[in-house]
Design a protein around this ligand. Structure first.
Ligand SMILES: [Zn+2]
Length: 143
């Protein structure tokens, strides 16, 4: 499964991100951790969240205005916390199985997942500092 191509924030080298990996991706050139942000859906979700990184699942839909407000915040956090988190975006309109499984009636809804288990849920478009502290809090609790 090919992932998206991104430019390394440190040296600009283009890298193809893996969709599925246990370890976190590093730049092929400078070896710095790469921000890991990928899309997943019903077909590949279980594999994509199976990783050692803390998984930040963004349940969103194209018609959802507040979802568009938090998308750039999550993108920034994926850069700040590169090497520690994996942001996985799930379009709930295209992924009815995931939407039902995690009861995503109200979006945006963010699930923090640690080795397949949901450890925290954030509902609604929370301000950037709230999102950041929830995510770093979950990272701290892993030790
Ligand atoms: Zn690099």
């Amino acid at each position: 499964m090919p992932g998206p191509v991104i430019a390394c924030p440190h040296c600009g080298t283009k890298n193809r991100l893996p969709l599925v990996a246990k370890g976190t991706p590093r730049c092929a050139h400078c070896k710095q951790p790469l921000p890991w942000l990928v899309d997943a859906g019903d077909g590949d979700f279980d594999q994509v969240v199976d990783t050692k990184a803390l998984v930040v699942v963004d349940l969103w839909a194209p018609w959802c205005g507040p979802c568009r407000m938090i998308a750039p915040v999550l993108e920034t956090l994926s850069k700040e916390l590169a090497g520690q988190v994996k942001v996985v975006k799930v379009n709930v309109d295209d992924s009815p199985r995931i939407a039902m499984k995690y009861k995503a009636q109200s979006i945006p809804m963010i699930l923090l997942m640690d080795r397949g288990e949901v450890v925290d849920t954030i509902i609604g478009a929370q301000p950037a500092p709230v999102l950041r502290s929830q995510i770093t809090g979950a990272l701290d609790r892993r030790g």
